[in-house]
Design a binder for this molecule. Sequence first.
Ligand SMILES: *Cc1c(COP(=O)(O)O)cnc(C)c1O
Length: 356
Amino acid sequence: MAQQIRIERTKSPKQKPDPNNLGFGKYFTDHMFIMDYSPDKGWHDPRIVPYAPLQLDPSTMVFHYGQAVFEGLKAYRADDGRILLFRPEQNMKRINASNERLCIPPIDVDFAVEAIKTLVKVDSDWIPDGKGTSLYIRPFIISTDPYLGVKPSSTYMFIIILSPSGAYYPGGINPVKIYVETSYVRAVKGGTGAAKTPGNYAASLKAQADAEKKGYIQVLWLDAIEKKYVEEVGSMNVFFVIGDEVVTPSLEGTILPGVTRSSAIDMLRSMDIKVTERKITIQELYDAHEKGLLREAFGTGTAAVISPIGELNWEGKIITINDGKIGPISQKLYDSLTALQYGKAPDKFGWVQEVK
Ligand SMILES: *Cc1c(COP(=O)(O)O)cnc(C)c1O
């Protein structure tokens, strides 16, 4: 699929937001990428056009049945001005895995990475360069048949938008309080937990809102059947340091296979730290804490990279991890991953791609 991307530049560039007050997901750049799918033409008409609202029929299937997938990655500005992407092919492989689950036709991985790079280049003056800032990239696919009735759509749009975002930790990394969710569940085997599809997030809002009312920032999800095994923390993968070993739940169909998760595992192993992927019960974590062996806990994801957990509340039993401070392994992992992403460390894994 060696298609030419047509570029139509905006005639009225927007005013750039205050670089010191970007926050997350609030501002969007001047352009967006769009490509259409129809059964006769396949994916066609790739184009970069001025960022603008979409005009869709109210009956458009995505509004009613949620047949859609998305991704999230970032472009980073290195100190020497280079623009870097972190393992973008992993995100485009994963969008195809999500597509498969949602009955959406696959996209060409190499072409999609090319589309990301071309769009990032067109809007490169939107990439912030302050410490910890980045250009968040949101590729997504929606079903677009104007039709009411449950079946896979026959037409789709693949869209990429860009959002300059501020440092996740402007004031240093502070561990968060997490509520262990025992009523609601996120995913069940055979469901859509391993796909990045909007319905999963809609279904998680209630638990999140209830946890916030109790003073917690996020929930720790347990498995849906036994409410025994830990799965993910909010929309991040989760890791624990027990004694000298790092453990993380194994991927068994209910967990989103994070790019940061996979990178963290490889990075820790390269530091000769033992990492095991296996089932982990919440009871085991509390027992390890009791024995003084639960040294660290943290979430991983593109937005925060590492988000340390300082406190867990499981049915009223509250434990504090590492005195509520970031632990040495979490800190080392955060430093090593961000050093790669911002081009400050040699890329011995071959994870970084430059946008030229
Ligand atoms: C996106 C996501 C993650 C993290 O994935 P990364 O590729 O590391 O950003 C983890 N869990 C859920 C539920 C997610 O949606």
